[in-house]
Write a protein that binds this ligand. Sequence first.
Ligand SMILES: [Fe+2]
Length: 281
Amino acid sequence: MILEDSTSLVDIHSHLVPGVDDGARHVPGVLDAVERMAVLGIRRMITTPHIDASLTLMPERLEKRLDEVTKAWEKARDAIHTQFPEVEYRRGHEVLVDMPEPDLADPRIRLAGTSFVLLEWPRLQVPPGTPRVVRHICDEGYRPIIAHPERYAGMVHKRELLHQWKEAGARLQVNYGSLVGRYGSEAQAVAWRIIGLGLADYLASDFHGQSRLKIYQKEAWSEIEQRDGHEALDLLCRVNPSRVLEDLEPLPVPAVSAPSLLLQRFRGIMARRERSAERET
Ligand SMILES: [Fe+2]
């Protein structure tokens, strides 16, 4: 293992509540995913099914949805407790910001009931005014984390927006897979830019429990480690995500230099080849 204390890794973004979104469908699928993550050293996780921000303004529908997610989560939690007692399985949500002023008062919407809330923009596009949305959420007393900022369309041309989000009070969570080209070359380049500027606060799997797909944690680690990124890795994968569980601000993460574009492209081609091979098997 790469990190000294690799058993204490924490993952704050995945879709492992059975049957409630596009992630794992059944409890056995969740158990399989949890086992794979545990083998990688991830023994603490906050899993984050999708929820639309607009739902937070419809009390009855929200209650129904949170109830449905809670029941499914409890079922999986009990099975995990029996089979993998060493694994801590918490829950939150990934809030799709389809309106600018969500009501985040219910702790079940937030990460493990803390003040942190994981946000994503709709349809992998960044709508206008997102720094204002971030500021509003902070003013309400919550701590927004933007999920996979590297994945939104056109981000490769929006360097300034990364700084604007941070200045508005957002923390940034990069996906492991982005660093090795899992989501294409633009997401890969932006992921490395975020790491290279020292703007990333967390790395996470965003794992949807697909049995045939990699989690990409080992691959991303190896890339960062090769660039003398030991300290950054420890902060991004262990220290800062565990601080979420304690409701504490992330610590600053040192910048890690990006691989050359040529090397990134090579890794990206390999990752995409592997993906299509995995789909065909
Ligand atoms: Fe996600």
